[in-house]
Each structure stands twice: as structure tokens, then as C-alpha cells.
Design a protein around this ligand. Sequence first.
Ligand SMILES: [Zn+2]
Ligand SMILES: [Zn+2]
Length: 426
Amino acid sequence: MKPLSKLVLGATLVFGAVTLYQWGVKNGQEGISSSLVVEAANAANAEQHPGARELDVYYPGTEELAPDEMRVIACGTGMPMPRLKQAAACFLIELGNGDKFIFDMGNGSFERIHALGISLDHLDKVFITHPHMDHMADLATFYMTGPQNNRSVPLRVWGPGGGGMRPEWSFKTAMDHMEKMWAWMNGTLAGTIDTTAFKLVVTEYDWSKVNNVIYEDNGVVIRSLPAIHFEGTASFILEWNGLRLAFSGDSLPNKWWIEHTKGVDLAIHECFFTPEMAMEKWSFSPTEAINAVTTIHANPQYFAKVMAMTKPKHAVAYHFQNDFDTQPIIRKAIEQIYDGPVDYAEDFMVWNVTKAGVRTRMAVVNPAGYPPPPLKEKKIDAGGERYQTPDSVLAGWPEEFNAVADKIYSDFNEEHGTDYKFQLKK
Ligand SMILES: [Zn+2]
Ligand SMILES: [Zn+2]
């Protein structure tokens, strides 16, 4: 640039700056903002008050499912080792036809199921892949606290049996023993609150059969596949309205899964730690670590290869502690083998599944919920094998509390138009 041009440019810039400054001062004196200031303020206001936009979270109970839509909510994605962040295996499946199913109910999942605020009368179908604690432990809690949580219908449960499984290990035996174990509790509730929901309808499916129909109703078909895990372990495929969901439970890769889950809309498959992670995080010995993740459970490489061979529309890896320092290792191992869409499951992850595809969000639940009301009127069965506090213990009731109880009764009767009388002994 020539010296003259430099001078002209410099003079122009100085003149421009002075003019702008004076214009700003003038505007300030007269109480008028520059247009830039107005623009900035508008932008700030818009940021403070965003308009309605599509939610990227799911608030349970606020969205109707479309007639052709499936919603899956993770109520447990972790391990038998208890942690607040992740319960053990449990997935709730809700269909646009109103049906709901629960696949597995591992330890810790009970609270998560209840946090969704769904009436227990809608949650009456539970399918168990195998009777490990991390897939079945909370079934007892879920069933035995049904009356307090307003269940008014029997609970239907499906679990493995047959196929050479020794009878003392079968699902029916386990459920029979579960009811016996909690007989005392059942006895204390009967005659006090409505216990008509204490009915367990147990169905055993032959875990060894391939693509075996174990449920068929209202357009929904659930099939089981043998899982390579232990005697009496299965995987499930749910089919409805042209949508297919596959759930591995616990399993090594196997030819049945590979044959029958090709191209499913949502494949939820176990994905364990690597042996090194098992040693570091779980304090497994080298022998335990290498055995567990290669001969009993599917490690990330197994998971990835299965997905590469079956190409689901959307894959979900679960059954590991999903943390900032574990997920990257698992993700890296998977991505070296499989490049399709994978979600690394966390509790309360939600998948809306339609023929158009899968949408993943996180549910935001109410941590201080109460049980929703029952769908039927409550009634208390008279008689039965009700537990009675022995007279020798009732003798410990202080007489002066009769007046306190009587006052509560008279107030209650007046308020509700009833005629109850206080009596300790039924
Ligand atoms: Zn297992
Ligand atoms: Zn498991």
C-alpha cells in the first residue's frame, strides 16, 4: 500500500470511530440505545424465555403412545453389585395397544418400576429369563408389597422350566418357595388390608426350545430362545404390530439369537466388562475375570460381533456399570467391530420405537411418588389364616390408650359417616 493510501485509510478510520462515538453519546443522552444494544438485549431475552420446543426428556405419565408405537424403559441396567446409580436387569415394555410387559426384575429395580407411577394393575405380566438374583430378586418384593401398592389383580409370571431342568431348580418350585418364605407376611396383611391381589399365576416355559411361543394374546407374541449361560436360561423376542424387540437376558453369543434376531427394531443385549476391567473394578482374580467374561457372559467384543452379524435397527448394551471411566473402554472395543447405532444403557433410559426408527431419551421421574390408585374397588376378605397377636402380648396394651383410640374412631366416624368400633383383637 502506498503511503498516501495509508494516510487516507487511517483518516477514514479515525473519522468513522469519532462519528460512531459521538452518535453513541448522543443516543445515550437522549435515552435512545444503539440498534446493536437493542439486538443484544432481544437475544438475551429470547435466551431467558425460550419458546416451546420438542422435549429431549420423557416425563412418565405425560405422553400417550401412538397406536403403532412401543416404549421401552430401563428400570435396571447394571450388575448384581448394588449401586444407587444402576439397579440390576429390568426392562418395562409398553405397547400402543395398552399392553405392558416387564422383562426381568433384578435387585434394585423395584423402586425404579414404582418411580414411573404406573398402576400395578397394568403391570401384571412379568417374564423372567433366568432365576439369578440380578434378574429375579425384586420379584418377591414386587409381589409381596402388591396390596400396599394397590395391586388388585393377580400377578402373572413366566419363568424357565422343563427341558431337562432339575425340578427343584424350576421356576414353579422357586415361586412356590417364594410364597412359603413370605407366608408370615401374607398372614399379617390378610384381614387388615385388601389382599385379593395375593394370587400368583405361574407359567413355566421350556427354556430349551428354539423360537418357542411362550405368550400370545392381543396381537403380541413372545418367543424364547435358549441362552448359553446355565441350565434354565433364556432370551426373549417380543413381536407386535410389525415391531420386534429382542432381550438377551444373560447369554454368550449363540446361533439361535443370530438366526432369529436379525434386523430387529431394538436389540437389548448384555455387554460385560473386559477381563482387565473385571479385575480392576470388581477385584476379580485373573481366573475369575477371564472365565466370567468369556465363558458365562458376553464381553464387549462378543456383543459387537453379535450386532455386526444381526444388524438390529438399534442396539442397547446393558449389564455393566456405566461410568465416565468404563464406557469409553467398552465403546472403543465395540466400535472396532461394529459401527451401527448403540446406546450404552443407564437406568431410566427410554426408547420410543416405531417403524420410522428409535428415539432415545432419559426419563425424569418423581423421586417422592405415591402408589397410583387401584383400578378396582378395594375389599377386605373376612377370615382366612390371619396372623393374630397372642393374648399374652396384647396384654401389653396400656388401658389409658383406649380413650385415645376411641376419640380417633369417633372423629373418623363423624367425618366419614361410618360406625367403626375400636377393638384390638379381631
Ligand atoms: Zn445370570
Ligand atoms: Zn445377569
